[in-house]
Design a protein around this ligand. Structure first.
Ligand SMILES: NC(=O)c1ccc[n+]([C@@H]2O[C@H](COP(=O)([O-])OP(=O)(O)OC[C@H]3O[C@@H](n4cnc5c(N)ncnc54)[C@H](OP(=O)(O)O)[C@@H]3O)[C@@H](O)[C@H]2O)c1
Length: 501
């Protein structure tokens, strides 16, 4: 890390994200000695609090949510870096106090002070905060000296129009090189591993195209409902919450062509090329390629759970989708006629994020009587990070009987349990000015363009109901089955028990 003073200001520091993710991530970085002595943190939010009060709450959250055993010495050191600042996002006078604190901490004459602003706040406040930072002289398009960076949480906009407006407001104050749009899926180890898997293995790379691949399935399944975020979720829905960002990132990484070099802009260019090649969704086709679902009551993990419309802060007559199944086609040479089936939902049977590459059947019929299955490679992003390759093998004995067997790569068994958590990696990279895992504006814009027709259509559509604790509505099964295919039931890998011991 460069020897400069670094000041992180977190807006929304009393919120769920800060307490569950950011503070524990900062603690881990402290324990790992990744923070320089001169590093400081300002935690800003609306509630009135003393420094001591905030540090006590931060300490409780770190102890509760840290993924590593908390050491008192490292915790005290981290807490000593924190100052609390009351702020009202829409009231300019509070920014004057914030400016005083920033200057007091960094030293007004400090010419090498890197400032990072982390907006862990609802998106409706992005514009107010940026404008006030600019007016106070706390932010601007700078490439050197006091280098300001800004980090944003998803969702980036509510639709294409609002995303463009938001981006316009941001880029009038910051250069693209100062903007860090977070999609925390990008920081997951198995997502980063995708490029290595594809481009560093001659057994996979030549087969990664329409000649050998029948179709691709991507599943992002949650067992959770909306928890305490009913108000946010009811306005967002699964299209905005998962498909527009996380799933479009996964599609572009799976489908992109090999970048000429391992260079951030080159990788982003290839990802954007994929997004631009996704076939435009025509209104007349929506009912054939998309399913909108919403959970009704049921049981998840042996526990009875309420219907979506009974959740706190959700409208009783809400039509918001908690489930989406979608068939996409990529109109280029590499993927012609290879469908990408996506599905995501809340209150599903199991929690999993996985990508299944389903290969074509062998062209010859030597063993056709024995009914060999299609080869499938499952890339498990979470939980049980790893890769499973399913292939056909002969069952021992005199007769030729074929069974399908799994070859498992368990990430944690091989590399240990201490892979960086997504927010540790994202904060570390932002502090180091590395934008590789962050989303460039044209990625966000093109992802919105893809789902825009669905957003409009879904607005007027009643959702198909599915029982909580199942894999989604029956209509989603029909969507894939009419193409002669089936959803691949996520399964526990052979090493799951070993990890849970
Ligand atoms: N939570 C997650 O797991 C998660 C995951 C991915 C993305 N995100 C995104 O991250 C952002 C924050 O989410 P969150 O769940 O942490 O939200 P949250 O729990 O509602 O926290 C919102 C924060 O903003 C502050 N705030 C709200 N209105 C304010 C105002 N007018 N002036 C000053 N402060 C104000 C609140 O301060 P007070 O408490 O003092 O009022 C609180 O600190 C959102 O954009 C969300 O979509 C969250």
């Amino acid at each position: 890390m460069k020897e400069t003073h670094c000041l992180l200001t977190i807006f929304g520091a009393t919120g769920d994200l800060t307490h569950r993710k950011l503070l524990p991530a900062l603690y881990f970085m402290e324990q790992e000695k990744q923070l320089k002595d001169s590093f400081s943190i300002i935690c800003a939010a609306r509630k009135e609090k003393s420094n001591d009060q905030y540090r006590k709450e931060a300490s409780d959250s770190i102890r509760k949510f840290s993924r590593v055993k908390v050491q008192d010495e490292a915790l005290s050191k981290l807490l000593s870096r924190i100052r609390y600042q009351k702020i009202e996002f829409k009231n300019n006078s509070y920014y004057a106090s914030l400016k005083n604190l920033i200057e007091e901490i960094s030293g007004i004459k400090c010419s090498h002070c890197e400032r990072i602003y982390y907006l862990a706040v609802p998106a409706e406040f992005f514009g107010d905060i940026i404008t006030s930072l600019k007016e106070m002289g706390l932010a601007g398009r700078q490439e050197s000296e006091a280098y300001n960076r800004i980090m944003f949480e998803k969702p980036f906009g509510h639709d294409l129009k609002s995303a463009r407006e938001m981006n316009h407001a941001i880029t009038s104050v910051f250069n693209e090189s100062q903007i860090y749009r977070i999609d925390h899926y990008m920081a997951k180890e198995l997502v980063q591993n995708l490029l290595v898997l594809r481009f560093a293995n001659s057994i996979f790379e030549p087969l990664w195209n329409k000649e050998y691949i029948d179709h691709i399935q991507i599943t992002v399944a949650e067992t959770l409902g909306v928890e305490a975020r009913g108000d946010y979720y009811d306005k967002a829905g699964a299209l905005r919450d998962i498909i527009q960002n996380h799933m479009m990132q996964l599609v572009s990484l799976v489908a992109m062509e090999e970048p000429k070099k391992f260079d951030i802009e080159e990788i982003r260019n290839q990802k954007v090329k994929v997004l631009k090649s996704i076939k435009k969704i025509a209104k007349k086709d929506i009912s054939k390629i998309a399913v909108k679902g919403q959970y009704s009551k049921g049981a998840v993990g042996g526990r009875d759970v309420a219907a979506y419309t009974e959740e706190a802060e959700v409208k009783k007559n809400s039509r918001t989708e908690t489930y989406v199944a979608l068939k996409l086609e990529i109109d280029n040479k590499m993927w012609k006629n290879v469908p990408f089936y996506l599905r995501t939902g809340k209150r599903l049977r199991d929690r999993t994020t996985e990508i299944a590459i389903v290969y074509k059947k062998v062209p010859f019929g030597l063993f056709s009587k024995q009914k060999p299955v299609k080869n499938i490679m499952v890339i498990r992003v979470q939980p049980y990070e790893g890769i499973t390759l399913q292939f056909n093998a002969k069952v021992p004995g005199n007769k030729v009987i074929i069974d399908n067997v799994d070859m498992d790569f368990c990430h944690e068994c091989k590399f240990g349990p201490n892979s960086p958590e997504a927010y540790e990696r994202l904060l570390f990279d932002a502090m180091n000015g590395d934008q590789t895992l962050f989303t460039r504006w044209d990625e966000v814009e093109n992802a919105w363009k893809i789902i825009e027709p669905l957003l409009r259509d879904f607005n007027d559509l009643n959702p198909c109901k599915y029982e909580a604790g199942t894999w989604g509505p029956i209509e989603a099964d029909k969507l894939i089955e009419k193409d002669g295919r089936k959803w691949i039931e996520p399964k526990r890998p052979s090493y799951a028990d070993q990890l849970e011991k």
